[in-house]
Design a protein around this ligand. Structure first.
Ligand code: APR
Length: 225
């Protein structure tokens, strides 16, 4: 079966990584405009690097949970396109390959001057020189609000060509990911969400499985055979 899976911060919550919109979530402790916009980076690159250095450190200490492992297992038996909004590498560490990071990844660094990309060190500073052009214009390779998510053509194609679309652990608040179910449904694709409770775009799904991802995702994967 051809399955497109979208994951959000909820799949990594049981690995100990903060989600964005929960009580005491990332956006409760940091203003989006300060740490997740190009304007915020221009105004205070050191603050933005500190925010992502902290998340890189948290991420390196986290372990993939049963939900990440189940999705890696799913791809061994079905034609799976795995799209994540998450910037952690828990899917890769669970064994998933070819993960589409539509919001970028903490493991990536980008030169704002020449566009060069390289593997980010654990700690990045504003004055770090770009390995290609040597200018101190390095930024995390993360897609910020107001910027274009990565790999969108490939994602739309996957959604249109799937038999099933499953959204796991995402609140359905941020587009274009929040529009994936509607797009899939319009193309006759069965849409399922797995979450602790109904998401903001719950009406776009045919079915919902409520519960913690570390339990619901392995059960769902097992049910597909
Ligand atoms: N199991 C399943 N779902 C969970 C769990 C869990 N253990 N814990 C939390 N959730 C669900 C919450 O119910 C919520 O719907 O995960 C979702 C997390 O929502 P958000 O914090 O909004 O995260 P996400 O949907 O990934 O945010 C999307 O917003 O800020 C931007 O770029 C950022 O990629 C992020 C995007």
């Amino acid at each position: 079966m051809r399955i497109t899976v979208l994951t959000g911060a909820g799949i990594s919550a049981e690995s100990g990584l903060a989600t964005f919109r929960a009580v005491n979530g990332l956006w409760e402790n940091h203003r989006i405009e300060d740490v997740a916009t190009p304007e915020g980076f221009a105004a205070d690159p050191a603050l933005v690097h500190r925010f992502y250095n902290m998340r890189r450190k948290d991420g390196s200490g986290a372990r993939p949970n049963a939900a990440h492992l189940a999705l890696a297992d799913l791809a061994r038996r079905h034609d799976v396109t795995l799209v994540t909004q998450n910037v952690d590498d828990l899917h890769e560490r669970a064994g998933s390959t070819d993960v589409i990071h539509m919001h970028g990844a903490l493991s990536g660094a980008l030169c704002a001057a020449c566009g060069h990309r390289w593997r980010a060190p654990m700690v990045m500073q504003p004055e770090d020189p770009c390995p290609a052009c040597a200018r101190p214009a390095t930024r995390p390779d993360i897609v910020w609000f107001g910027e274009m998510p990565y790999h969108m053509e490939r994602i739309w194609d996957a959604l249109e060509g799937s038999d099933l679309f499953a959204a796991i652990g995402t609140s359905g608040n941020v587009y274009p990911a929040a529009g994936f179910a509607q797009h899939a449904r319009r193309n006759g694709v069965e849409c399922l969400e797995l979450n602790l409770d109904a998401s903001a775009n719950a009406r776009d799904f045919h079915r919902r499985i409520i519960g913690p991802a570390s339990r619901t995702v392995p059960d769902w994967v097992a049910s597909l055979g």
